[in-house]
Design a protein around this ligand. Sequence first.
Ligand SMILES: [Zn+2]
Length: 67
Amino acid sequence: MAKQPFACGDCNAILPDGEGQCHVCPNSPVTTDWQGFVVILNPERSEVAKRLNITRPGNYALKVNIR
Ligand SMILES: [Zn+2]
């Protein structure tokens, strides 16, 4: 079973394998405790992206649980 990747607690981005820090917000906490994998291709046309305040394409978690 593959290890759960980290997701950024600030922008919800799912980080590439082996990375433990978000490129966009390097000071934000990351966690493996997240749910709902979504791929955003066109943020400006995506309701999910608007809801999560996503402005750049990529892989995101719908919900990130930061303590
Ligand atoms: Zn981030």
